[in-house]
Design a protein around this ligand. Structure first.
Ligand code: MIC
Ligand code: SF4
Length: 644
């Protein structure tokens, strides 16, 4: 029978369940990745699971998010991860080596294999034909220990690309076009498989840009075929042996086909405050900017950096602009040093930032108050830049560089220069000296734990009845950046009691304190929200910290995939309004009870909430596998596994 790419990879990795779209399956994971923002908890939980060694083909720990190191906390986390990686047999990528997704694509991504990463942009690996999925740290810890990854067997959409991109239009515009079609919500359980003649016109880094921002559509992942272009890329990385051909069979079936004519795409931007807020560049041209940032895991490839250098060559950044450039990896940075492009960027006035996440998640380089910041990254959620009232626009490197020169959003074809044609190098500057590979001789060395590193928190088993209070009522599209802000707060990722103080910091700063007070009185805390709750990152802290604060359920109109899995892993029930209109029948502060909700969940019956204020009766459903039900009853995945 003709099979699509997704079927080929997943059926070859099927460990549990029947391959039926919509049903839960267990997938064998070949590779994992984690980083310093998610990895400390992933490794602490791995330790709690009691597994003695990593059991994947490859597990890599990257230091790339928190590299600013104000205070001791970040560096303590790095050393914990370095020592834990050595102990358990994971590869360690040292600070300075680059952003996990870019480095993983360069050095480890393999067509036809599976990758589970404790980061929502893990699907970047789809650029080399890897089935690469983002998940919470605990799911990654289980996969590191050799456990199958539970996944709803996806519905596959074919994105058939035809034609070729016009001058000054690039991969970022393709994925922004996809966002304009699919939006940021409602795509749970979907995988985008790219195909068609247009694929061969795109290099691997361009494909990776497109796969990367599938995360913003909420799809499980995106995947490209592995073809001669993939082979050339791997050869240039000295890894041709990792190449296998991967394509869909003629006549393979898809749930839906989306036709995209690359030649019809024009430069696009995502306006504040959502990647789904896509506009034609021509509609916003002329908007004055204060800051331009080129980099992040979406657009920090050799091609992206060389494009920016070509636009900036011989010019000076406009006086009103502060330009930051962060090459995605040390490999790229060194290439730019050798070929002179770094000199051109510095000559133009670019501020060269570390090869790390940095500006993308508000760790540094926050713009001035009220600024317009143009960024090549993938998320422009309110406040994510570190400046609450900044207006962040997402755009391609060519548009970003043009704005850096003119001081305003400008169509690059107006600059009067030839459109740069950047060819992929025949051979990249491969240098793996900033990886520390597992060494059996170092397995006995101690794990280093600084004072900021706590225990992974656990919850109690689910109580018989729910007796809760609505501590916050939110609207649609609440992101994990709203729930647990990153930026300056990232340094508390390994200290949950401290980090929990900042839950909903910018929405309602009294939230954490009020929750802790209730918790001490035995009152269950509840969150109420609209559509698409938990958009964005994979950070399990957005569930772990609320769990610590005594949150027992989130009642929403709909949830995003990674976040709802994380809620279950931490014993919080993701309840869905059976009738979305019931959202209106709950006010903040309402008391909601459900007698024997444990019994209802154990039996798979709807949970019926009674509103003590209005007397309203609200029926809620949930989409839980058998295993997830058991996890919730146990009060979380760690309890469930360690009790088994
Ligand atoms: C992000 O882009 O939001 C992050 C920071 O990379 C997160 C991971 C985290 O919060 O630690 C993600 O995308 O999953
Ligand atoms: Fe890092 Fe930004 Fe990519 Fe997240 S989206 S991994 S913060 S570069």
């Amino acid at each position: 029978m003709a099979r699509n790419i997704v079927e080929k990879v997943l059926q070859g990795h099927l460990r549990e369940g029947a391959y039926v779209p919509g049903r839960e399956i267990g997938v064998h994971i070949d590779q994992t990745l984690a980083h310093d923002a998610t990895g400390t908890m992933a490794f602490l939980q791995f330790e709690a699971l009691g597994v003695d060694t990593v059991r994947t083909d490859l597990s890599v720990t990257y230091i790339d998010h928190n590299t600013v190191q104000i205070g001791f906390e970040n560096n303590d986390d790095h050393l914990y991860l370095q020592s834990a990686s050595a102990r358990f047999g994971a590869v360690f990528s040292r600070a300075g080596n680059g952003i996990c997704h870019q480095v993983h694509l360069e050095r480890f991504g393999k067509p036809g294999t599976t990758l589970l990463g404790a980061d929502s942009h893990t699907p970047t690996g789809g650029g080399v034909g890897q089935f690469a999925v983002g998940a919470g740290g605990l799911d990654v810890a289980v996969a590191m220990g050799g456990g199958p990854f539970p996944l709803v067997c996806p519905r596959v959409f074919l994105v058939r690309l035809s034609g070729a991109l016009r001058e000054w239009v690039s991969a970022k515009d393709v994925v922004l076009h996809m966002l304009s079609l699919l939006t940021t919500k409602g795509n749970v359980g979907v995988v985008l498989e790219y195909g068609g003649d247009g694929v061969k016109t795109l290099s691997v880094p361009e494909r990776a840009t497109i796969a990367n921002m599938g995360a913003e559509m909420g799809v499980t992942t995106s995947i490209f075929p592995s073809d001669e272009t993939t082979r050339r890329f791997l050869r240039a990385q000295g890894r041709e042996a990792d190449w296998v051909a991967l394509s869909a069979d003629a006549g393979a079936a898809y749930e839906r086909t989306i036709e995209v004519d690359l030649a019809a795409i024009e430069p696009l931007v995502a306006a504040p405050h959502s990647p789904g807020n896509v506009r034609k560049l021509s509609e916003v041209e002329g908007l004055r900017a204060d800051q331009v940032c080129i980099g992040s895991c979406t657009n920090s490839s050799y091609r992206d950096m060389m494009t920016a250098a070509a636009v900036l060559r011989g010019r000076t950044v406009a006086p009103s602009i502060s330009l930051g450039v962060a090459p995605g990896s040390r490999q790229i940075l060194r290439t730019l040093v050798h070929n002179g492009a770094l000199n051109e960027l510095i000559g133009a006035g670019a501020r060269i930032l570390e090869s790390a996440c940095g500006f993308c998640v508000g760790v540094h380089f926050s713009p001035r108050s009220g600024a317009v910041s143009l960024r090549t990254s993938n998320r422009n959620f309110e406040g994510r830049s570190g400046t609450q009232d900044a207006q962040v626009y997402l755009c391609s490197p060519e548009v970003a560089a043009a704005a850096a020169v003119t001081g305003k959003l400008t169509a690059p074809n107006r600059l009067g220069i030839a459109c740069p044609r950047i060819e992929e190098p025949e051979a990249y500057r491969v240098d793996d000296s900033m990886f520390i590979f597992p060494d059996p001789a170092r397995r006995a060395e101690p794990i280093l734990r600084g004072p900021n590193i706590g225990e992974p928190p656990r919850s109690d088993p689910m109580a018989q009845g729910l007796s809760g209070r609505v501590m916050i009522k939110l609207g649609d599209n609440v992101t994990t950046d709203h729930i647990t802000p990153a930026g300056a707060r990232l340094k508390y990722r390994s200290n949950v009691p401290r980090y929990a103080q900042f839950v909903f910091e910018h929405v309602d700063p009294s939230f954490a304190g009020r929750c802790l007070e209730n918790k001490s009185k035995g009152i269950h805390n509840l969150i109420v929200a609209g559509e698409s709750y938990g958009q964005g990152s994979s950070r399990e802290h957005a569930s772990m910290c609320p769990m610590y604060l005594g949150v027992k359920a989130v009642v929403a109109k709909s949830f995003e995939r990674i976040h709802s899995a994380n809620l279950v892993n931490f014993g919080i029930v993701p309840l869905v309004f059976r009738d979305p209109a019931d959202y209106e029948r709950i006010d903040p502060g309402d008391g909601l009870t459900a007698e024997n909700w444990r019994g209802a969940i154990a039996a798979g019956r709807p949970v019926v909430l009674s509103n003590g204020r209005s007397g309203a009766v609200i029926e809620c459903t949930y989409a839980l596998s058998e295993k997830q039900t058991a996890v919730l009853l146990a009060g979380g995945l760690l309890n469930h596994i360690t009790a088994a």
